[in-house]
Structures are given as structure tokens and as C-alpha cells.
Design a binder for this molecule. Structure first.
Ligand code: NAD
Ligand code: IPM
Ligand code: MN
Length: 342
């Protein structure tokens, strides 16, 4: 039988809880479809800090690189919040994304008919929403230099970061987004802050230039503040969104709530070559960790994205999607979200 090597990075907080469920889903899909998945669990984030003193051990990155795909739970927690930057779980996450070169992060937000009431938006606003956020993942203010702490002319302490994009970085994420939009509704909205930021001015110029390669895709541009508003005013106007690292981080959390829970949004991070990294968009949720309340759907659906985008196993991915959408969503929303909120 065909076999694939999967690196599991459970991480911290609810990470191990949701990865365990997704691993089972993968195994079942594998046995039904006649392929074997070999799992290797590695340390990452706070768990790695506690065990070996760094948030991304070399062995973890090496194992990840050698595998066919990587499934990550979540990292972070109160315990490590005041660590120096190089000893933060979050630094490990950014390092593995950069180390794998996974510059394109696909974050779909889909409102399922069965779960339309889970949205905090009115039914007529939420129903039918199907958005794909394409987030640039290895550039921008997360990685731009100079960055750091220092003092200004007045001797006052400062912290600073740099929002920076090179043409090649914009062009490649734009092409991914146009390809994605072409296979979806054929509409791409590029979100930026080109009225203020130079990095966004270049972003808009390059996305517009790349558009000529995709005459079948309808391109529009929107400022990020307006986009944040439009997402809750009328989310159905969006098909595919492409945006930079930090705006994509924020807008995807916002888009998740249209679907009813951040616990339902998966993601796929892919590069030009090498294995993809698949993870829920949510964090380690330390407030509910260890209480069996975490919604595992985001991670299960990330496993489906792993099969589809990472291994090209579309029918196995469909199996997970269909099987879990209807059954688990209702169950877990009842068990965790609703109970918690009432
Ligand atoms: P969070 O996403 O962990 O939690 C935000 C809220 O959503 C919390 O109330 C939490 O209980 C809830 N929530 C999240 N996932 C859920 C799920 N699957 N089911 C039910 N409820 C869920 O964000 P935060 O609280 O801002 O961050 C907590 C920690 O996670 C921080 O250390 C942060 O850096 C880290 N973080 C990691 C990742 C990642 O690993 N990719 C992503 C975001 C945040
Ligand atoms: C996410 C997270 C991460 C990010 C943090 C934990 C570094 O919020 O995956 O969305 O900002 O990318
Ligand atoms: Mn985030």
C-alpha cells in the first residue's frame, strides 16, 4: 500500500487534545482509502522549551523537512509569555514556517448550512458565506528588519518593527491567490493599507501587475480598515482575499467568527516545494486546556487540507470533510461552545 510520513507537532494547551482527534481521523481515512500513514511526533513550542530549552529543536525541523506533511496543533501559554523573544513558543512557530518556506497560508471560512445559527451574525448575513483568505506567511512585519528595542533621541525606550515586502515575495503570493481564486468564484480582493504604507503601495502595484496573467479573475483592492468592517457588514461580497502577514492574521480570526467559532477554521501553509504545514488558525487556548472543551474541528479540517493540498489525496480529504462536518460540528458546538457561553 502507498505510505506517507506525517510529522505531528501537538504543541501546548489544547494542541495535543485536538491533534489526537485529527490523527484518528487521518488513520481512518487512510485505512478506508487504502494507504498507510506513519506518524512521528516531535517537540515544538512550550513543550520543547520545557524539554530541551528551545522552541524549535533542530531535530524537529529536520524531521519535518523529511516528512511528506506536517500537522501542528498550537503553541504558547502563560508560562512562557514573559520569555525573551528567542525563547518564546511563538518564535518557534515563526521559525518552522520560515524554515519550511511555506509562504502561502490558505485559511478558508465556510458557513455550513447546519451551523448557520452558530454565527453571531444574522442568519441572512452569515448563510452561504464561503471565503478563502490567502495570507502571506513568511514576510512582512513579522520578519522585517530592522526590529528590536532601543532608545530614541530623547533617551526614551522604544520597540520597533519593519513592514517590508520585496517584489518577489508579493508576486509569488499574488500568483497563489490568483490560482486559488480562479478555481473558486473567480473574484480576488487584495487587502492593504496603500493609502499610508509604502509596503502596501508596492503590494498594490505588484498585485495589479500580476493580474494581467489572470484575465479570468476579477481583481479589486480594499483598505484593511474597510475590509474589517465589510467582513461583518456583508461577508458574502468576498470570494478570495489576499493580504499580508499581519492583516491576514487579524482578518482570518474575524472571518472565523462569521462561521460561529474560531475552533472551526483550518489552514494550509505551502511553499514552492517541500512539505506543507497544516494547522488550525486558533491558538493553544490556555483558558480551556485540559477540560475536554476544545473544538477539534479546525484541526480535523486541517488534516483534510493536509490530505488534499499536502498529499494530493482528494477523495480521502472529502471523506474527512463530509464525515465530520455534520456529525462532529453539532456535537462539539453543543458540548463546548454553547455550554461555555450560557
Ligand atoms: P486562542 O486562539 O488560543 O484563544 C482565543 C479564544 O478562543 C479563547 O477563549 C479560547 O478558549 C477560544 N478557542 C480557541 N480555540 C478553540 C477551540 N478549538 N475550541 C474552543 N474554543 C477555542 O488565542 P489567544 O488566547 O490569543 O492565545 C493563546 C496562546 O496561543 C498564546 O500563547 C498565543 O501566542 C498562542 N497562539 C498560538 C497559535 C498557533 O499555535 N498557531 C495561534 C494563535 C495564538
Ligand atoms: C496564527 C498565530 C500566530 C501568528 C502567532 C502565534 C505567532 O496568531 O497562527 O494565526 O500570528 O501567525
Ligand atoms: Mn492568529
Amino acid at each position: 500500500a502507498r505510505g506517507y510520513n506525517i510529522t505531528l507537532l501537538p504543541g501546548d494547551g489544547i494542541g495535543p487534545e485536538v491533534v489526537a482527534v485529527a490523527k484518528d481521523a487521518l488513520s481512518v481515512a487512510g485505512s478506508k482509502e487504502g494507504f498507510e500513514l506513519r506518524f512521528q511526533e516531535m517537540l515544538m513550542g512550550g513543550a520543547a522549551l520545557d524539554a530541551v530549552g528551545v522552541p524549535l529543536p533542530d531535530e524537529t525541523l529536520a524531521a519535518a523537512r523529511k516528512s511528506d506533511a506536517i500537522l501542528l496543533g498550537a503553541i504558547g501559554g502563560y508560562k512562557w509569555d514573559n520569555n525573551e523573544k528567542h525563547l518564546k513558543p511563538e518564535t518557534g512557530l515563526l521559525s518552522i514556517r520560515a524554515g519550511l518556506g511555506v509562504f502561502a497560508n490558505l485559511r478558508p471560512a465556510t458557513v455550513l448550512p447546519q451551523l448557520v445559527d452558530a454565527s453571531t451574525l444574522k442568519k441572512e448575513v452569515a448563510e452561504g458565506v464561503d471565503i478563502m483568505v490567502v495570507r502571506e506567511l513568511t514576510g512582512g512585519i513579522y520578519f522585517g528588519k530592522p526590529r528590536g528595542f532601543g532608545t530614541n533621541d530623547k533617551g526614551e525606550e522604544i520597540g520597533f518593527n519593519t513592514e517590508l515586502y520585496a517584489v518577489s515575495e508579493i508576486d509569488r503570493i499574488a500568483r497563489v491567490a490568483f490560482e486559488v481564486a480562479r478555481k473558486r468564484g473567480g473574484k480576488l480582493c487584495s487587502v492593504d493599507k496603500a493609502n499610508v504604507l509604502e509596503a502596501s503601495m508596492l503590494w498594490r502595484k505588484r498585485v495589479s501587475a500580476i493580474a494581467s496573467e489572470y484575465p479570468d479573475v476579477e481583481l479589486s483592492h480594499m483598505y484593511v480598515d474597510n475590509a474589517a468592517m465589510q467582513l461583518v457588514r456583508n461577508p458574502k461580497q468576498f470570494d478570495t482575499i489576499v493580504t499580508n502577514n499581519i492583516f491576514g492574521d487579524i482578518l482570518s480570526d474575524e472571518a472565523s467568527m462569521i462561521t460561529g467559532s474560531i475552533g472551526m477554521l483550518p489552514s494550509a501553509s505551502v511553499g514552492e516545494s517541500g512539505p506543507g504545514l497544516f494547522e488550525p488558525i486558533h491558538g493553544s487556548a490556555p483558558d480551556i486546556a485540559g477540560q475536554d472543551k476544545a473544538n477539534p474541528l479546525a484541526t480535523i479540517l486541517s488534516a483534510a487540507m493536509l490530505l488534499k493540498y499536502g498529499l494530493g489525496l482528494e477523495s480521502a480529504a472529502k471523506r474527512i470533510e463530509l464525515g465530520t462536518y455534520i456529525l462532529l460540528a453539532r456535537h462539539w458546538l453543543d458540548a463546548s461552545e454553547w455550554e461555555r457561553k450560557s
